[in-house]
Design a protein around this ligand. Sequence first.
Ligand code: 5CA
Ligand code: ZN
Length: 486
Amino acid sequence: MKCLYLTPNRQNITGENMSEFSEWFHKILEEAEIIDVRYPIKGMHVWLPQGFKIRKNILNILRKILDEDHEELLFPLLIPEDELEKEAIHVKGFEDEVYWVTHGGLTELNKKLALRPTSETAMYPMFSLWVRSHGDLPLRFYQIVNTFRYETKHTRPLIRVREITTFKEAHTIHSTKEDAEKQVQKALEIYKRFFDKLGIPYVITRRPPWDKFPGAEYTIAFDTLLPDGKTLQIGTVHNLGQTFAKTFDITYETPEGEHEYVYQTCYGVSDRIIASVVGVHGDKSGLCLPPNVAPHQIVIVPIIFKEDAEEVLEFCQELTDPLKTDGNLRVHLDSRDIRAGKKFYEWEMRGVPLRLEVGPRDIKHKNVVVFRRDKLEKETIAIEKKFIDAIKFILDSINQDMKDKAWESFNRNIKSVETVDEALESLSKHRGIISFNWCGEESCGKDLEEKVRVDILGIQKEDENIGVCINCGHKATFKTLLAKTY
Ligand code: 5CA
Ligand code: ZN
């Protein structure tokens, strides 16, 4: 990608390519003032004002979708030991990762309290009290909270943290298995809409049984691809069946007066969403934000020569106000007394989707120069009656074009292979997602994972007529994906 103008001494964030994604990622989080990673607890970070605004915009998008048919609530952070340990499979899955509160002041607590790693065991004892009759169901709740996981794998900002600060977890309760099954499909639609708003591409797979959520019947996951070719799990939808209902005694009375266990689902997304927006759309000039989430959708930069300063600033203010009030856009007028080139560089690095440049000549011709961050291209547009509409049209195009571009690149990195050798060769040449035919046997799957030394993401599609398993040669019935994962 080529910049159309270059200010002397201007350095790209990472030089000519993004091969060192990890380095780029850390640097951009710092330079764009998204988070400060210097907080003195590993895996826990500070949200800075810019990052916080991105975070808020992203949360609002999801809230708006969930509010259509879920109710938001808020549970306590602490979970008593005996509740956490009731569901054996669940606790086994999380036992290495739980932080414990053991003292109140100097007094040792006689019941330890866990910082929630997720909230099943906080919520479900209460659900048991709330659910009475078939008429109460279905129930759909969500909360947006921080959760704590003592991750033992290498931690990374936003990607693998020990305090997840935007854990958006939904929990639903149903009277029938079919209804729960339908909810899983609805949850997939919810997350598709959400990721589409952010322009993040994804594959959806059913995780192999050995990789499902502890306590779930099955787990369906969304994975995206970061620029280093590794996939990132960005969301999961779990069908919990009746496992937790039986453990926490959540029952309802049927119309016939019988007591039956409920069926449950839960689904969640985390700070990884923000990591994906940064990683998927960013480029060598820095952050590149879709207008849907950008803190400033537009920045207006006056091009000032001393004698015209007052006139230009006044004109810029007159341009800013209606964009804000009539256009309902997030606009920032950068009137700082520093070189325009420095402002350009800064706002580009911070990913502001549109920059309007206004100088004396533009005022004279009733024009404004419009710079698109995603394409690094300039055009001149007239300031006339339809000006706000024209700007809104460009912002919409940016959302769409960024999404299209991300999907194109994503799809280019999914390769189909016929043999294990081909998979190995493909993995050695480029990273990305590999599609193959699988028999579905656990032993064969694990054997394959060992041979290629990457993980099976999961099953994308069931199909009786796809041929043979690339690993064992038996009949294959599953279109399956594998990839090097985060
Ligand atoms: N209760 C269920 C649904 S909310 C649950 O906890 N599912 S989960 O364990 O799969 O987590 C939900 C999502 O959080 C995952 O899909 C993943 O994208 C994200 N996630 C998990 N652990 C971390 C972590 N340490 N840092 C950042 N994100 C994480
Ligand atoms: Zn096989």
